[in-house]
Structures are given as structure tokens and as C-alpha cells.
Design a protein around this ligand. Structure first.
Ligand code: NAP
Length: 246
């Protein structure tokens, strides 16, 4: 029997990139999966169709994490439609970069809402449903611990805050047998940061392995944390960045 058989997972931002890879991997490992999307209805439906074609169960939910209440409502809808919640993956995120003098109030508020406040709100909603063995896994960034250049104030601020949130969740939910961890990817080949983009070779050079990560690399770590192998890992920040921050 697959490791996650009988479990239900919610992956925010599961329409493409890492979120889609994570949803497909968790379904492959036996979980029923809900994916949320903002604009990518068709891509989210394609992820669902692929999982169903492979014999799994999946649903797509529209939820814009710019509204933290929508992120929490996605948790409630997952429980209503799939019957329970065992694994929350806070993956949805946006990238904003540029000189601090030029950052707008709208950019500031949006990135805080999507990358941080919605992670809190979804985790809060999930904490009401998760039982023994429950998992909260958030996707941060290796820029949370090391910032290699200018222009990254907002993004690094939101991603580093996930470390504190994760440790506090681990302490608060640990007595109920629930783990909370943050996975910090380095450069990973997605629409956000394509491996053939203009800054890709520079990022490759920064890594110890000289390689760009794949969405499947991150999905493998999330699957480990979600499965029985993750039972003793909580409050941890895992760097999956090909050694960029080494
Ligand atoms: N790629 C990298 O090099 C890298 C490195 C470190 C960390 N990360 C982090 O990894 C996570 C996944 O990134 P990715 O590279 O897979 O990005 P991506 O290719 O840009 O995909 C982003 C996903 O998040 C969803 N999303 C964006 N804004 C949303 C919102 N307001 N509400 C709901 N969903 C929203 C998108 O949904 P729609 O398509 O429906 O809009 C999409 O499914 C993010 O948290 C990102 O910050 C990425």
C-alpha cells in the first residue's frame, strides 16, 4: 500500500510549478489531493485530470491568497469535499524584486498577504482539522537565510518570517502529534525562475553542485516530510538549494 493511502492533502498554488509537482507526487504516494489556483483554472484542472487518470482522487479550488480568508476557506472546502485534512502544503507564492525606494504599497501588501498572512491563515484553519500525524509544510526560499544581492527586501522578509511561524507551529501543535516544517528551495526550474532565464547561469554558479533544482526535487522532500519518514522532523528549516547557501 502506498505510504499516504487514506490521507488528504491540500496544496496551495497547485496549478503549476512546484505546487503541481508536489500535488502529483503526494497523489502518487496515495493521498487524495486538493489544489488551489488563482488564475490557472485550466492548468489546475489538468493537474486534477492527470491524478485522476492515474487512479487518484483530486479536486481544484479557486482561492486567491491575496485574501487570507480565501486561503482559510480553501481548507474548509477541502475538508467538506474530501472528508478530512492530514497534510497542508503552503506553496503559493509570488516574487517581487527591485530597489526598496521603488517598492509600492500595493506590492508590499500583496506579497505579505500571499507569502505570509495566507500561510498563517491556512495553517490556523488547518490546525482545527489536523489530527495525530498531521503535517504542515510551507515552501520558503533559501533567500530567507542568505541574500546574495540587492532588491530582495520584500521577498526575503516574507520567506524568513516562515521560519518563526514554523517553529511556533511546531511547539504549539507538537503535543497533538502534528509536525510543522519549512522547505527552503534554491533556484528551481519553474515559470517563476526558469532554468534558461537571463539570470540562470549566475544562479547555477552560486550553487555548490552547479545545478538548477527541479520541482520534483522539492516534491521529493515534501513527500518525505509528509510520510512516515517525517514523523520526527518538526520545527525544521530544510535547505534544498544544491548547496547555494553552503
Ligand atoms: N522557483 C524558484 O526558484 C523558487 C525558489 C525558492 C522558493 N520558491 C517558492 O516556491 C513556491 C512555488 O514557486 P514556483 O517557482 O512554483 O512559482 P510559479 O511557477 O510562479 O507558480 C506559482 C504558483 O502559485 C500560485 N499563486 C500565485 N499567486 C497566488 C495567489 N495570489 N493565490 C493563489 N495561488 C497563487 C500560482 O497559481 P496561478 O497559476 O493559478 O496563478 C501557481 O500555481 C513559491 O512560494 C515561491 O516563492 C521558488
Amino acid at each position: 500500500m502506498a505510504e499516504l493511502t487514506g490521507k488528504v492533502a491540500l496544496v496551495t498554488g497547485g496549478s503549476r510549478g512546484m505546487g503541481a509537482a508536489i500535488a502529483i507526487r503526494l497523489a502518487h504516494d496515495g493521498a487524495s489531493v486538493a489544489v488551489t489556483y488563482r488564475n490557472g483554472k485550466e492548468k489546475a484542472e489538468a493537474v486534477v485530470e492527470r491524478i485522476v487518470a492515474e487512479g487518484g482522487t483530486a479536486i481544484a479550488i479557486h482561492a486567491d491568497n491575496a485574501d487570507p480568508d480565501a486561503a482559510a476557506e480553501a481548507v474548509e472546502r477541502t475538508v467538506r469535499e474530501l472528508g478530512r485534512l492530514d497534510i497542508l502544503v503552503n506553496n503559493a507564492g509570488i516574487w517581487v524584486a527591485g530597489p526598496i525606494e521603488e517598492m509600492t504599497t500595493q506590492q508590499r501588501d500583496e506579497i505579505l498577504a500571499v507569502n505570509l498572512t495566507s500561510v498563517f491563515s491556512a495553517s490556523q484553519a488547518a490546525s482545527r482539522h489536523l489530527g495525530e500525524g498531521g503535517r504542515i509544510i510551507s515552501i520558503g526560499s533559501n533567500l530567507a537565510s542568505r541574500v546574495p544581492g540587492p532588491g530582495l527586501t520584500l521577498y526575503a522578509m516574507t520567506k524568513s518570517a516562515l521560519d518563526g511561524l514554523t517553529k511556533a507551529l511546531a511547539r504549539e501543535l507538537g503535543p497533538r502529534g502534528i509536525t510543522a516544517n519549512v522547505v527552503h528551495p534554491g533556484s528551481t526550474d519553474t515559470d517563476m525562475n526558469p532554468a534558461d532565464g537571463p539570470h540562470a547561469d549566475f544562479q547555477r554558479q552560486l550553487s555548490a553542485l552547479g545545478r538548477y533544482g527541479t520541482a520534483e526535487d522539492i516534491a521529493a522532500t515534501v513527500a518525505h516530510l509528509a510520510g512516515p519518514g517525517g514523523r520526527s522532523i518538526t520545527g525544521a528549516a530544510l535547505l534544498i538549494d544544491s548547496g547555494t547557501n553552503a
